[in-house]
Design a protein around this ligand. Structure first.
Ligand SMILES: [Zn+2]
Length: 366
């Protein structure tokens, strides 16, 4: 399980020594431990950091339980730093040696699979689920008052029942409305307790709409999709449906975001659409949302004094006059800094973008 807090710890980890970051795909549907172990060994064979390699191999050989579909490991033996995260969604094999944990793939996973809250609602009950990086972490249920009035059960008189032939129907509707309102209050608490970043609602269109209207505005704005589903659906089914709807919503949101960045840039406002301008904005702490295509890497230079990143070979830093060093991936460092500063990172997957937008850009704070 990988949480925002873990990410924070990785982002804050500072050292003078190299850090070995290893991402290993361990998808049981694609192979077994017997196949993955030698692959890891061959990935590590040219890594010079003996103690770190040993830690990683020991972990995989003796401690790893092979649950999940991937594992991310970060080792800095010199600092006695070793972190492992089992991951329930597919990842690609990768190895990096750098002066800090390589977090870019995790940023991608958090963006794509992180912080889902799902509410399944009908006229009486609600089921709430929180899933994150492919795992269902919490499920809670709420049962309301039955909407069918029995002979003995008069229900509350405070409902303002109307008389006449319509009384029964009105009463039923009022109870249903109150149940759904209670469910919405309950859901709002559930969502904030679990740091939900996107909300999906399952149920009939009518119930979904009533539920949505009772959610506090802040949560309404995080609703990314709704879908019909049987309230007794299995957790796996709910997760699959929610991810499907969620990913489609994510794709649309990203398309709009890129359009907005391109338009802003054209108007000379708060948008940048190339690497150099993006790195400058990162340096100024102006990036609100960093956007780049999945897998995009770009070498660059970093000032040894102030950390200024650039793709241009300069003799001295324009900010502090220090010298530059080569870095293999300026995007990784940009991700690092934006996340550390509390900005967002959007990784574009399967998004058709305008021709003006190449690989990377950003929406700026000002
Ligand atoms: Zn500098």
């Amino acid at each position: 399980m990988f949480t925002e807090q873990d990410l924070r710890e990785l982002l804050d980890f500072k050292t003078e020594h190299p850090v070995l970051s290893v991402y290993l795909n361990t998808d049981p549907s694609q192979g077994s431990a017997d196949a993955y172990k030698p692959r890891l060994r061959s990935m590590l064979k040219d890594v010079g950091l003996k103690n770190d390699v040993q830690k990683v191999e020991q972990y995989i050989n003796f401690k790893f339980d092979w649950s999940g579909r991937g594992v991310a490991m970060f080792s800095c033996a010199e600092e006695d730093f070793f972190r492992v995260f089992s991951i329930a969604v597919p990842i690609r094999d990768r190895i990096r040696i750098s002066e800090r944990p390589h977090v870019k793939p995790l940023a991608d996973l958090l963006d794509f699979y992180g912080g889902y809250g799902v509410a399944l609602v009908d006229k009486i009950n609600a089921r709430l689920l929180y899933f994150h990086l492919g795992e269902i972490l919490v499920e809670e249920e709420l049962s309301g008052e039955s909407v069918r009035r029995t002979k003995s059960g008069g229900g509350s008189q405070s409902l303002g029942r109307r008389g006449g032939a319509a009384g029964q129907t009105n009463y039923t509707e009022e109870v249903a409305e109150r149940n759904i309102k209670d469910a919405a209050d309950f859901a709002a608490r559930f969502f904030s307790e679990n740091n939900i970043r996107r909300v999906l609602i399952g149920g009939t269109e009518e119930n979904v709409n009533v539920f949505r209207s009772h959610l506090p505005k802040a949560w309404q704005s995080l609703v990314v999709g709704t879908f019909p589903i049987n309230k007794n659906a299995s957790q796996a089914e709910i997760k699959d449906r929610a991810l499907e709807v969620g990913h489609e919503a994510e794709r649309l949101k990203q398309t709009k975001l890129v359009q907005m960045i391109v338009t802003s840039e054209a108007k000379g406002q708060a948008g940048v659409i190339n690497l150099e301008d993006t790195l400058n904005a990162v340096h100024d702490g102006r990036v609100q949302i960093l956007v780049f295509r999945e897998g995009y890497r770009a070498p660059g230079y970093r000032c040894k004094g102030c950390g200024y990143l650039t793709t241009e070979k300069l003799t001295a830093c324009p900010f502090c006059e220090n010298k530059f060093e080569n870095i293999p991936d300026a995007v990784e460092l940009a991700v690092h800094r934006v996340m550390r500063d509390g900005g967002e990172v959007e990784v574009l997957r399967d998004v058709e973008v305008q021709k003006d937008f190449d690989q990377v850009g950003a929406l700026l704070r000002y």
